[in-house]
Design a protein around this ligand. Sequence first.
Ligand code: PFF
Length: 444
Amino acid sequence: MQREHWGSRVGFILAAAGSAVGLGNIWKFPYLVGAEGGGVFLVVYVGFLIAIGFCVMIAEIALGRHAQANPFGAFKRVGGKRWSIFGLLAVLTAFTILSFYSIVGGWTIAYVVKTITGGFSGYSGAEFESHFGELVTSPIEPIVYHAAFMAFGVLIVINGITSGIERAAKIMMPLLFILLALLVVRSLTLDGAMAGVRYFLVPDWSHLDADMVAAALGQAFFSLSLGMGALITYGSYLGEKESIPNAAGWVVCLDLLVAVLAGFLILPAVFAFNMDPAAGPGLTFITLPAIFAELPFGIVVQLCFFLLLFVAAITSAISLLQVVVSFVGEEFNVCRQWTTVWVGVAIFLFGVPSSLALGVWGDVTFYDMNIFDLLGYITDTFFLPIGAIATCLVAGWVSYDKFAAEVTNEGQRPFAYLTAWKWMCRVAAPIGILWVMYEAIFGA
Ligand code: PFF
C-alpha cells in the first residue's frame, strides 16, 4: 500500500509545530523560568534549542523519512536489528507519556467546561487553590476528563495523516496564535507588567548552576518533542523533495516563539498582581485563574487561556498517539481505524492509576514517588534521553552517509552546516544528554 504523505510542506510544519508546542511551552516553560531565576534560564534554553535541539530534530525527521516507517521499523531498517530496541523504547515512551499527558489535558477541558458553565463565578484566590486540589484528587472527575481528552485525540487520528492530523493542525495552530496574541496584549497592558518583562528578559547570572542548566536542556528536548519517536513518525510521511533542515528550522522557531509569548503572557501578569513567580506547577491552574478573576471581563480571558492550553495539548497528544498507532498498524498489519480506537483505550486505562495517584492512591509510592511522578521521572530521566542519544548515534556514526544524503536531498539542497551537524550528532549532543541524565540521577 502507498504510504500516506502530508498534503503540503506547510501542513507538515504546522503538524510538527503542533506536536512541539504543547503544555511544555505554556504550562511548564513559564513556571520553570519563574522557579529557575528568570532571564538566565531563557538564555541557556535558547542556546540548547538551537545548538542541540535543532540537530537532533533534523536527525529524527531524516530517520523517519529515510526508513518510511514507524520508529521501531525505522531503527530496524536503518541501523539493523540490534538498534530496533531503541525504536521500541520510543514507542513505549510515547505510550507512557501520553497516558499522563492526557490527564493534564483533561484538566484543561475541566477548566474550559467550568468557565463556560459559570462554575468559577465569585471565586477568589484561595478558592481556586482548593478547587484545583479537589479536581486533581477526586477519584472520578479527572478520569472522565482524561477519557474525553483521549476521545478527542482518537477522533482526530482515526482520520489519518492528511484528513486527520494535518487538517486539525491547520485549524488549531492559527487559533492558538490568535488566542495567544490576544492574551499577551492583555497581560502586557496591565499596570506593573514591566517588572515581569524585566524578570523574564534580563539575565541574573547568579542563578546559573548545573541544576538549572540540566533543567533547560531537558525542557528543550521535551518541548521539541524529541526522543519519543514523534518526529521520526511525522518525518516518515514527509515528501522526498522537502528540505529537512528548513522544516526543522521552522518548527524550532515556532516552538520558541510560543514559549517566549507564553512567558510574556504569564510573568507580567504574575508580577502585576504581586504573586510568586516560583509557584511551580500550580502557576497555571491556581495563580492565573486568581489573576483573571480580578480583571474586567476576566471570564473571557480565562476562557481564551484554557482553550489555548487545550489546543496546545491536543495537537501534541495526537503526535504521541500516532507514534503508537503507526507502530501497531505497520508491525502487526492491522487496520488503522481499529488500531486507533484500541490504542486509545489502552492508553486511557494505563493512565488511570496516574490520576488516582494524585488522590486516593497517593500512598502507593516507589522510591518516595507516587505513580504519576514515577512515570514522569522514568520517562524524563531514562527513556527520553536514551532514545535521543540512540538517534544521534545512528545518524552520526552508524548510517551517516544515508543521513547526509537525506538531509541534503541527495546533494541537491546543500546544507551549509552539515559538518557541524555531524559532529553535534556524533559527540556533543550525546555527551550533553548523558550529562543531563547524570545530573537528574545523582544531582541535588
Ligand atoms: N512537546 C510537547 C510539549 O511541549 O508539551 C510534549 C510532547 C509531545 C513531547 C509529543 C513529546 C512528543 F512526542
